[in-house]
Design a protein around this ligand. Structure first.
Ligand SMILES: O=S(=O)(CCO)c1ccc(-c2ccc(C3CCCC3)c([C@H]3C[C@H]3c3ccccn3)c2)cc1
Length: 240
């Protein structure tokens, strides 16, 4: 729905986030440090603080066989799966359904001692993008999440401190064609996933605690989420 109040912001954020996600770590500016590696998954972060708060940008790249970018983005965007893979979630509500590709979420995350509990209010938009490198190749799929306001849920008016986040999940599918006359199966699929996130904790939390949490939670999240998508799709028809 292009006539919604958020549309101009969504357009701007999607364009900016997709451009950043497409850039290699080297081009993304200096200061990225590899902080986790597991097989094909590589996680980088930059140590940044705003008003003494840790807001370390994170960029993860992963290659997963047997699934498509559409399947990855569909399971990331759709609310009905979220409790299955998002382990730090305590509660999630869809406050607004702007259109079938744009939702507004309110989420509370499990408290991380000694910091106070956090919640996040953000719009989430899923979009298919043309594959510029290979015109007749599979499309690129992306989901962008960005903090927003909602008149009924002002920040920090209850028990939770409001986090401010921008997240981009960008997925590029590769099809390795089967032998002549053989059917296409999931063995011919591979998906390159780029996950970028900046989470401002919204209020003071010990830097050492936050960095330890991110170091533990982000690798766990991406491994768990991608394993979940493989499991959910393995016996289903391929969704391009
Ligand atoms: O990609 S999403 O849009 C998926 C929808 O859920 C996303 C991801 C992460 C967060 C989030 C928000 C707050 C925190 C912290 C900040 C201070 C105390 C809580 C954390 C820390 C808990 C860590 C973490 C890292 C990775 C994944 C989940 N949890 C993460 C929110 C949304």
């Amino acid at each position: 729905a292009t006539n919604h109040r958020l549309w101009p912001e969504i357009e701007r954020m999607v364009e900016a986030q997709v451009m950043m996600a497409k850039m290699g770590i080297g081009e993304c500016g200096s200061g990225w440090q590899l902080f986790a590696e597991d097989g094909e998954m590589k996680m980088y972060r930059r140590e940044e603080e705003v008003d003494g708060m840790v807001v370390d940008p994170l960029k993860a790249v992963h290659v997963v066989k047997g699934i498509t970018g559409h399947e990855v983005c569909h399971h990331f965007f759709s609310p009905q799966y979220r409790y299955d893979w998002e382990t730090t979630l305590e509660h999630m509500t869809v406050l607004e359904t702007i259109s079938d590709d744009t939702l507004v979420f309110l989420q509370t995350h499990k408290r991380i001692w000694p910091a106070s509990q956090r919640d996040g209010l953000f719009w989430s938009h899923i979009r298919k993008l043309p594959n510029e490198k290979d015109r007749d190749g599979p499309d690129i799929w992306t989901v962008v999440n960005n903090s927003t306001d909602h008149p009924d849920y002002p920040p920090n008016n209850g028990k939770c401190v409001r986090v401010f986040l921008t997240v981009c999940l960008l997925c590029q599918t590769t099809v390795d064609p089967p032998k002549e006359g053989m059917p296409l199966t999931r063995d011919n699929l591979s998906c390159k996933i780029t996950y970028c996130s900046v989470v401002n904790p919204g209020g003071w939390a010990p830097a050492s605690v936050l960095r330890a949490v991110y170091k533990r939670e982000y690798p766990k999240f991406l491994k768990r989420f991608t394993a979940y998508v493989k499991n959910q799709t393995q016996s289903k028809p391929i969704m391009f």
